[in-house]
Design a protein around this ligand. Structure first.
Ligand SMILES: Cc1cc2nc3c(=O)[nH]c(=O)nc-3n(C[C@H](O)[C@H](O)[C@H](O)COP(=O)(O)OP(=O)(O)OC[C@H]3O[C@@H](n4cnc5c(N)ncnc54)[C@H](O)[C@@H]3O)c2cc1C
Length: 378
């Protein structure tokens, strides 16, 4: 391919949607990925494109609105590659997650939908009676007063969605360089002039381009001055357990009924996909889930679903990724998306915190990064 207008480092959801944003502004992107497309956090995520109801617990209206807009983006642009999924969360008397608290959140969401114009594309949330859920799910019944029901989107085939986005961005053939690692920038007169990359066969190549966007997931923060440096990360993983899940919906449970961190379980490839569990990974370069991490997650699931046997099922697959966090302890997961243009002109770093909001962040960054093209395209 001729010299690209922009080289994007990273073939996850952030990189793919950044390529799409660039293409929609009339630029020719090239994507460089050191492994395979969606081999990082994107392809190992739980696959939820969530509508933001969870953020109303903490009255985080900004994140609610962003998630809602992002969910609509996926539905409008890739309707065949995402699907609605019913989510059920048991509610308990006297707990934060009680029917009264959930009804309040649902009423607030209905009001926000009316007043902000964020369309309600999926069925509105509802509260189910205790006996409607206790028969279907292996959940603790003591003090059970009902269950919250809402719908999120889920991505059934991440690879297919990613390839569709890249294809819409014109990133096919030579514009997609897999098994190619970005090493460092070529800078002239404090301007990006290119990117040096290493191919799988050891060859080093220089790609001439005036723009480089680093969308390298948890590795993005390491590109401080045009090359990698270490930064903190959390290890996050899901387990695909070799046991069928009893219903089509996703179930959200916690170790202490009605409070604490939630884990989801849903049917997937004939088994049960359980996630997401977080552990410290300070300084780790690749996700590495140890036997003790798996046991810790099994323990949490056993406490959340006592006597169900789900937690003891054989593990068919571990899906893991690294996520940016503030200190590497696994308890300070970053919730702030970062778009930085520090460094030579033509360099941008994007560090998103969610699959859900990746497209929104990419389009916002593109408009900030290439304001002239944005005006021309408007
Ligand atoms: C277990 C788990 C469950 C999750 N569940 C959800 C969920 O349900 N919903 C949700 O919204 N979010 C979820 N997330 C978060 C979400 O997956 C991430 O925020 C999102 O996928 C990040 O996308 P990304 O493109 O920034 O990073 P990644 O998908 O990690 O992509 C970065 C890519 O850059 C490549 N790369 C790095 N360095 C270089 C280099 N030097 N040269 C070339 N390539 C390089 C990597 O190989 C990688 O493929 C989950 C994450 C995990 C790990």
């Amino acid at each position: 391919m001729n010299d690209p207008d922009v080289v994007i480092v990273g073939g996850g959801m952030q990189g793919a949607t950044m390529a799409l944003a660039a293409a929609r502004m009339g630029l020719r992107p090239l994507v460089v990925e050191r492994h395979r497309i969606a081999s990082g956090a994107t392809g190992n995520s739980y696959g939820f494109i969530h509508g933001g109801l969870r953020y109303l617990q903490t009255m985080d209206l900004r994140r609610w609105r962003r998630s809602r807009r992002a969910q609509s983006w996926f539905l409008d642009n890739y309707p065949g590659l995402v699907r609605p999924l019913a989510c059920v969360m048991p509610l308990y008397r006297g707990r934060m997650r009680s029917p009264a608290a959930f009804r309040l959140a649902a009423a607030m969401e209905a009001w926000l939908v009316r007043t902000t114009g964020c369309a309600q594309a999926l069925p509105a949330p509802d509260v189910l009676a205790a006996d409607e859920v206790s028969a279907d799910y292996p959940i603790p019944r003591h003090h059970l007063t009902g269950a919250a029901l809402w719908h999120d989107l889920v991505v059934p085939d991440m690879q297919a969605l990613m390839l569709a986005i890249l294809s819409d961005a014109g990133v096919t053939g030579p514009a997609l360089m897999e098994q190619t690692e970005a090493h460092d920038l070529v800078v002239r007169d404090n301007r990006v002039a290119g990117l040096r990359v290493g191919r799988a066969d050891g060859a080093i190549e220089e790609i001439a381009t005036p723009n480089v966007v680093i969308c390298a997931g948890s590795w993005s923060g390491r590109w401080q001055h045009g090359r990698e440096a270490t930064s903190a990360a959390t290890l996050a993983f899901n387990l695909l357990l070799d046991v069928p899940f009893p219903t089509d919906a996703a179930l959200a449970v916690s170790e202490l009924p009605g409070r604490g961190r939630s884990y989801f379980l849903r049917p997937h490839e004939g088994g049960t996909l359980a996630g997401t569990f977080y552990c410290p990974a300070s300084g780790a370069r690749e996700p590495d889930v140890g036997a003790e991490d798996i046991e810790a997650f099994r323990g949490a699931l056993a406490r959340a679903l006592p006597g169900s046997g789900i937690a003891d099922a054989p593990v068919r697959a571990v899906m893991a990724g690294l996520l940016p966090d503030r200190d590497g302890t696994g308890r300070s997961l970053s919730t702030s998306d970062i778009v930085s243009t520090a460094g030579p002109a033509g360099l941008c770093r994007i560090l998103g915190t969610k699959l859900t909001t990746a497209p929104l962040l990419s389009f916002e960054a593109a408009h900030k990064f290439w304001p002239t093209e944005a005006r021309r395209a408007a």
